[in-house]
Each structure stands twice: as structure tokens, then as C-alpha cells.
Design a protein. Structure first.
Length: 257
């Protein structure tokens, strides 16, 4: 076990327990504004310090208590996360909040009493509270959305910097490289974007569509270079006209961030 503590994700089953609706993909489930989900984020650190409290009545796997106010929950850490051959999804999300409910001391409906009764009915099996295919697909979609949003943020940042001083700016992410340059001429602003090592059309589409207000069909390839910029080996240069309103919006957005 190494690195920073990972967030604790609620399963779909747990979200149904808490009567929570499914948010859009741009919101991570572990950041949902709910007392129990918020409290669960403290569990990995408590576990690393040896202070996590086990639910002893569940014996088929290790579950931990999550408690805040009237809320009670059951969370687990996937044991395969410690294996050298663990998949990337498991390494990214080893912690899961599987179920949640209310504390009702002395009542059969108390969360932990009901949890034990449900476990007994299932023959000592807690699989129903573990992440399912839906949970893993949701995680993948969140990461894909965040990855795309990061590319758009990087590209917009490069263009905004160039709008301010007219110099080209470059950024690398993974094995990709993007260069952006703007050139003002009379009433028009030329936008030039160079991309290197990008064979995936999906990645290229994200870059080209990063700027709202620019028609994707307006981009033109510049195989012989443009504005004094010559393509390097493996680089493709594209150009378009940036409407003044788009340039103004980029500068406004950057000043507010």
C-alpha cells in the first residue's frame, strides 16, 4: 500500500440506500454532497493509521464502519488492490462504500442490525454491497470525461496565453504535444494549432472542439506551414479564423479563473 489515500466511492446499491440520484459524469460520485459519503473519505487515512473500526458481524470479507450524526455505513477495501497485477481501475478505486442507512439504537431497523440480518439471509454473503459492472463503467466514464475536460482546459489555456502576447505556447500530456499560436491581422485573429504524435482521431477531435464558438469544419490543414511555423516530423498544423467574441470570452474566462 503506497501513495496518497484513494477516495471512497459509493456503489449504486449504496446510492439507492441513501435515495440519491445519479449525477452527471462530470461529478465524481465520491464528491456527492452527502454526510455519509463525505465522512467515508476519512476512512482510508484512518485505515492507514490503524484506526478503522471493523464490522465484526460480517465475516466473509472485511467491512468497516462509517459513522456521522445519524448516518451509518459499511465500506470495504478491495484486497486485490495490494496485488502487483491489480488492474488500473482497482488501483484507482480500491475503496467502496457499499451500503448506508440510519442509526436506530435498540431497533431491528438499526442500520448495522439490518445489515447483519440481510447478510444472514444471503447465507453469509456480502456480494450485493460490492461494486458491480455498473460501478466500474461509471468510474471509466468519469475518468474519460475528466481526461477530455483536462485536454480542453490545456488547449484553451495555450490559446489564451498566445492571445495576450502573440507568442506560441506548447504543452505535453501523456505522449501528445500541442502548440497554439494566435496572430491578429486587421479585424481577424488567426488561430494556429499544431499537434504531434496524435494518431487517435478522438483525441484530435477533442482538441479541435476545445473552443466553443469555432465551427469544427472551419479548420484547414496547413501541410506547408503557416505564419512562419513549419511542421515538425509527426506534426500536423491546422488553422482557422477566431471570431472576436470567442477571443474575448477566452480572455474573460481566464481572468475569472
Amino acid at each position: 500500500m503506497s501513495g496518497e489515500p484513494k477516495p471512497v466511492r459509493p456503489t449504486r446499491f449504496c446510492m439507492a440506500d441513501l435515495e440519491l440520484s445519479i449525477p452527471p459524469f462530470d461529478e465524481s460520485l465520491c464528491r456527492i454532497d452527502h454526510p455519509l459519503i463525505g465522512e467515508a473519505q476519512r476512512l482510508p487515512e484512518a485505515y492507514a493509521a490503524g484506526g478503522a473500526e471493523r464490522i465484526l458481524s460480517l465475516k466473509d470479507r472485511v467491512w468497516f464502519k462509517v459513522k456521522t450524526g445519524r448516518w451509518r455505513g459499511a465500506a470495504t477495501r478491495l484486497p486485490e488492490a495490494d496485488r502487483a497485477d491489480a488492474g488500473p481501475e482497482v488501483r484507482q478505486a480500491p475503496w467502496w462504500l457499499g451500503a448506508g442507512g440510519y442509526r436506530r439504537e435498540g431497533d431491528p431497523g438499526d442500520f448495522y442490525a439490518a445489515l447483519k440480518a440481510s447478510w444472514d439471509r444471503e447465507g453469509g454473503d456480502s456480494d450485493r454491497w460490492m461494486p458491480t459492472d455498473w460501478d466500474w463503467r461509471r468510474l471509466q466514464l468519469e475518468h474519460a470525461y475528466a481526461w477530455e475536460a483536462n485536454i480542453r482546459r490545456i488547449v484553451r489555456g495555450l490559446i489564451t496565453r498566445s492571445l495576450r502576447d502573440g507568442y506560441p505556447y506548447q504543452a505535453e500530456f501523456e505522449h501528445y504535444r500541442v502548440t497554439a499560436l494566435t496572430r491578429a491581422r486587421e479585424q481577424e485573429t488567426y488561430l494556429i494549432v499544431g499537434t504531434e504524435n496524435i494518431a487517435d482521431p478522438k483525441v484530435f477531435a477533442i482538441i479541435i472542439n476545445a473552443i466553443p464558438g469555432i465551427d469544427p469544419s472551419s479548420w484547414l490543414p496547413e501541410p506547408d506551414g503557416v505564419a512562419g511555423i513549419q511542421p515538425k516530423p509527426g506534426e500536423v498544423i491546422w488553422s482557422t479564423i477566431m471570431p472576436p467574441s470567442v477571443a474575448a470570452q477566452l480572455l474573460d474566462d481566464q481572468s475569472e479563473s
